[in-house]
Design a protein around this ligand. Structure first.
Ligand code: ZN
Length: 100
């Protein structure tokens, strides 16, 4: 799991089962039609984001994908009142309030 903290303070929480650098390159590739949330932000806000904006939050090694996904939701949920959060909130996050 990783975080992206933009130079403008915008925050994005993500997870990937592949090498982080592969995912980072997708986020930073703003010449594609398939922009990520981060890519869209970089274009819309004209931010000078780079690889140093990404940080590993937690490594899960060989642990199951579901565990990673769940932890991602928990962390996103923690930041849900942060106006700089770029993640699109889903319904599951409000359900988590009940548990945490
Ligand atoms: Zn930004």
């Amino acid at each position: 799991m990783y975080s992206f903290t933009c130079v403008c303070g915008a925050l994005y929480i993500g997870e990937t089962g592949r090498l982080l650098i592969t995912r980072i390159n997708e986020h930073l590739n703003i010449r594609t039609k398939n922009l990520t949330v981060v890519g869209t932000h970089i274009i819309n806000s004209q931010c000078q984001a780079n690889k140093n904006c990404f940080k590993i939050v937690k490594s899960f090694g060989d642990q199951p994908f579901q565990k990673r996904k769940f932890y991602e939701k928990v962390v996103i949920n923690k930041h849900k009142h942060n106006p700089s959060l770029l993640n699109v909130q889903d319904k599951y996050c409000t359900e988590l309030d009940f548990w945490f």
